[in-house]
Design a protein around this ligand. Structure first.
Ligand SMILES: Cc1ncc(C[n+]2csc(CCOP(=O)(O)OP(=O)(O)O)c2C)c(N)n1
Ligand SMILES: [Mg+2]
Length: 656
């Protein structure tokens, strides 16, 4: 007896239902509703080999509707991935199980990205599809030739991020991207019609997409639609008409099945309704065998691919790129550092200069900007535009799509082979923040280039002047926030960000010119996050701690204090996270735990003072801005907020 495709789909449906039931928590509706369509995708179309989840030329599968996590856990288990085991699934949603409430890329190979914040999975898939085309342009069809598949719900399509992602994918003609829309017309609050009357296919078509439709429970019809999707050169939206919670008598088709266990009664009735008499967490032999055969189907293609790779002249470079290994030391960087001229320069310009060296030496750097190229200084000679006609380009005009850019960068980094960087104004980090947070959670190497980092941008005024942004970004775990004070620190921050394999970095850069403060150019001091830039000459009574553009002010304050015989260290603190990670002895040397009445600690940063107590202690002084900024030429605005050496020196003396 051989298992029918509907048996395979019911294995997914019932296993998902049972896991939610055991956890008494989770979302059965989506996996049950999409079990049939997902089974067709994994059986007939998805290129993968369960024995090698990291095979670089595998198709990427993104469950954008991350609440339906049991769908992917069921598929990974049934097709024979090493994890999750049935034990893992039995402990769905429990501490220690890789089967977390929402899928997490660092928990399970086969989970390509972390999803749950609706819309982001699809937007990351745009980056994956873009990475595929870019690497294909460099390494050819023999090594890079795969598709990106997405399962998205009504919510993913309703979120604002979807507009940016769909616009970008359509514009760039990413035909390898295919999105299965779980069109069940239900969200948590009830019918989609409560809140939306949008013609979604029309919106996708207007953005340059191909749209097909199918009955999401008719497996032959799904197969036809997926075949059409693959054949079309445009990205495709596959509208799968489905019933949420399909198979659950009395509950299917309603929001009641969205996010709660069905209860023993409905679970039993569902078993009868779909014809699944087997015990919970038990998959009969021939169905289990059929699923495992699906998991092995890609093995031949993978082996053929491995043979091609072995014979490919670009093999070493391809493997280096996919492993994410940057060749160190970065060629030309030391020469660049030694040759930095003494003249003042905005750190955004310093960033452009060092990027010229980095993009020359590191071919996997792919840059871009959300329509602020000339302000973010992100474009270099080595990075020609990436367009639908030339995917080999390395510079992406993202348009005014901050979160679309950030999510696409996550997708590129997750795909592998690319180190993405992209720019906008620091104040608009808020527009990208949900994706920045996911960079940090997913440990993706993405470099955010955020210029115009303070009131120093001047006349554009409070809407454009970041105040709380540095602090709020520092609050995101695993994000390294950099605010370099000059060209040397900017180069160091860049090099450290590019070499960092396990998380994102954000560079906050000035619009205005800053003096060159660092004399020891080969010392790599930024690696410690904070260090003594100038040591007190007179007996030390003050430690001035500053970042970015305010380090120069701190140096001037120190000069005024020293003139009066008050010894003052200047500590440049370009990266809190790095400083906090230093050994205690190092931190105690820079910021000695002395009696505060002996040494006054003072912070200077043109943003909120909240958080600086961490370094100044409560009885220290904190200079910053705790309201919104003001329009005016930068020096006048600094004057207005008292961020001048004269004012600060006077206040420090008074405090002593
Ligand atoms: C950004 C974001 N907002 C809200 C939620 C909470 N949430 C999870 S699922 C869901 C409903 C989504 O509806 P749909 O995509 O149609 O899923 P279905 O109910 O069909 O499974 C909501 C609001 C979320 N996960 N992410
Ligand atoms: Mg829905």
């Amino acid at each position: 007896m051989t298992a029918a495709p509907t048996d395979l789909a019911n294995a997914v449906r019932v296993l998902s239902m049972d896991a939610v039931e055991a956890a008494n928590s989770g979302h059965p509706g989506m996996p049950m509703g999409m079990a049939d369509a997902a089974t067709v995708l994994w059986m007939r179309h998805l290129k993968f080999d369960a024995a090698d989840p990291h095979w670089p030329d595998r198709d990427r599968f993104v469950l954008s509707a991350g609440h339906g996590s049991m769908l992917i856990y069921s598929l990974l288990h049934l097709t024979g991935f090493a994890r999750p085991t049935m034990e893992d699934i039995r402990s769905f949603r429990q501490v220690g199980s890789p089967c977390a409430g929402h899928p997490e890329n660092f928990e399970l190979p086969g989970v390509e990205c972390t999803t749950g914040p609706l819309g982001q999975g699809l937007a990351m898939a745009v980056g994956m599809a873009l990475a595929e085309r870019h690497l294909n342009a460099s390494f050819g069809d023999a090594l890079v030739d795969h598709h990106t598949w997405v399962v998205a719900g009504d919510g993913c399509l309703m979120e604002g991020i979807n507009h940016e992602a769909v616009g970008l994918a359509g514009h760039l003609g990413l035909g390898r991207l295919n999105v299965l829309w779980d069109d069940n017309r239900i969200t948590i609050d009830g019918a989609v019609s409560l809140s939306s009357s949008e013609d979604i296919p029309a919106r996708y078509r207007a953005s340059g997409w191909h749209v097909v439709a199918c009955d999401g429970h008719d497996m032959a019809d799904v197969d036809r639609a997926l075949t059409e999707a693959k054949a079309d050169p445009r990205p495709t939206l596959i509208r799968c008409t489905t019933v949420i919670g399909k198979g659950a008598p009395g509950k299917e088709g309603t929001s009641a099945v969205h996010g709660a266990a069905l209860g023993p009664d409905i679970v039993a009735k569902t078993r009868d309704a779909v014809g699944w008499p087997h015990e919970a967490f038990t998959i009969p032999g021939e169905i289990a065998d059929a699923w495992r055969a699906v998991g092995r189907e890609g093995a031949a293609a993978r082996e053929a691919w491995a043979e091609r790779l072995a014979a490919d002249p670009q093999r070493t470079e391809f493997e280096r790129r996919m492993a994410g290994d940057v060749t160190l030391p970065i060629a030309g960087l030391d020469d660049y550092l030694a040759a930095i001229p003494a003249k003042p320069q905005a750190t955004r310009k310093s960033s452009e200069a060092v990027l010229g060296v980095l993009t020359q030496a590191v071919p996997e750097l792919v840059g871009g900007s959300a329509d602020l190229t000339g302000s973010n200084n992100t474009k270099t000679k080595a990075t020609a535009p990436l367009t639908r006609d030339d995917y080999a380009g390395r510079y992406i005009y993202y348009g005014i799509r901050e979160i679309g850019m950030a999510a696409a960068m996550n997708g590129m980094a997750l795909h592998g082979g690319i180190i993405p960087f992209g720019g906008t104004f620091l104040v608009f980090a808020d527009y990208a923040r949900p994706a920045i947070r996911l960079s940090a959670l997913q440990r993706t190497r993405v470099v955010y280039v955020m210029t115009h980092d303070s009131i120093g941008l001047g006349e554009d005024g409070p809407t454009h002047q970041p105040i709380e942004h540095l602090l709020s970004l520092r609050a995101i775990p695993n994000l390294e926030v950099w605010r370099p004070c000059d060209a040397v620190e900017t180069a160091e921050a860049w090099a450290l960000s590019v070499a960092r394999k396990d998380g994102p970095s954000l560079l906050a850069l000035s619009r205005q010119d800053l003096p060159q403060l660092r004399e020891d150019r080969a010392a790599g001091r930024s690696a410690q996050g904070g260090y003594r830039l100038r040591a007190a000459a007179a007996p030390r009574r003050v430690i001035l701690i500053a970042t970015g553009s305010e380090v120069a002010i701190a140096v001037d304050v120190a000069a005024r204090l020293e003139a009066d015989g008050i010894g003052a260290d200047v500590v440049s603190m370009p990266c809190w996270e790095r400083f906090d990670a230093q050994p205690r002895a190092y931190r105690d040397d820079v910021l000695p735990p002395a009696d505060p009445s002996e040494i006054l600690r003072v912070s200077i940063e043109a943003g909120t003072t909240i958080g600086w107590e961490r370094y100044t202690m409560v009885n220290g002084l904190r200079f910053g801005i705790d309201g919104f900024g003001a329009s005016g030429p930068a020096p006048a605005v600094y004057e207005h907020f008292g961020l001048t050496a004269d004012n600060i020196a006077a206040k420090v003396k008074a405090a002593l």
